[in-house]
Ligand binder design. Sequence first.
Ligand code: SF4
Length: 437
Amino acid sequence: MDLSRKLAILADAAKYDASCASSGTDPRDSRGGSGIGSTEGMGICHSYAPDGRCISLLKILLTNHCQYDCLYCVNRSSSNVPRAKFSVEEVVALTLDFYRRNTIEGLFLSSGIIKSPDFTMEQVVRVAQVLREEHDFRGYIHLKTIPDASEELLQRAGRYADRLSINVELPTDEGLKELAPEKDTAAIHRSMGRLRLHIDDAKEAHKASAAVPIRVMPGATARPARPPRFAPAGQSTQMIVGADASDDRSILRSSAALYVRFRMRRVYYSAFSPIPDAAQALPLKAPPLVREHRLYQADWLMRFYGFDHEEIVDDGTGLLRLDVDPKHAWALAHPERFPVDLNVAPREMLLRVPGLGVGSVDKLIVARRVRRLRAEDLKQLKVPARKVLPFVIVDGHRPGAMLTATTSLAARSASPTDLTDPTTFPAMPMPMQMGLF
Ligand code: SF4
């Protein structure tokens, strides 16, 4: 099979993985004349699918052969898709070629499992090793890690990759048992725990070495060599939404536990896509993409706005409202907490006002130290006044009837229909994976 055909198959097979953002790693580049690639700055191409997901164009599988039979996966052993396998050298050559053409920002490499988890992981790690050691590649590398791979391979993967990820796949253990019986939540968590320890140790060692002062006096000992790196952009994971019956509350509960227990940098949510010849246990239709979007917004509220996962979905349905964003929905469900006085409210409460982001809140706090805020000031501070004013008090403005009108309007717009049924939502463009061809 020629390389273009392999690329077509293995890029297409990787499209269901949403976790490809390249944030948070060490800045590196080749401006000094040595090496190739960069993790930042000009020349790095980011692409966005119509649904807003960031997609790295060289997102491929090493192979889509797989001995496992996860029901939700297009590459499962019983699937009737064309199969292909790259060699290590082919992936290295493609990465360098696309990088030189300025088409990609790095490599996102995953794989189906062939022969054994260790055999597969060895080849995945080898790609990163050859890129780093033989080609001095300084671009971004994200490796998907196979949970059952050996400790030694995990360690090597962390040495070469910027980010490592292990997919938790489904929000609950029961869901995983039902749809991917060969996978084991305990093994996934064990590997995530190991990654967390290695990442923490590497950070500590790095801090300790940076704290040693450089002495230039004759006879003084030189600063010790920098400790080896280990996945400086941390670990992430992905959860499939809508393949099992888990509601948004259990999805967010599961994410919150992953953030705390394994210090995940990101939990990615990927709306389930119906696959050819799907098993009967799977839904026939994809969930509305807006559900995935609302989960990302709720995730943001947990990480940056001080919301607890239990209060984001606090009604009886267990689902996020799809017609308004989760912060707005929380405000409408808690009229007793509003209006908020922008001149005196603490930061935690300002962060709960719909329309106020972290940056706007910080600007408001600085501005109110100088003088009392009025409605006109919001425009100057680039705060969306129309969204914010129904929920706040400033000098010369009290929302009064405005707050009531906003609340009842939102209550009317809440759909009484089944929120999990995509047919009850306005038509949205179907997302399409960016293609290499
Ligand atoms: S192990 Fe990965 S590639 Fe293989 S069937 Fe399961 S999800 Fe798909």
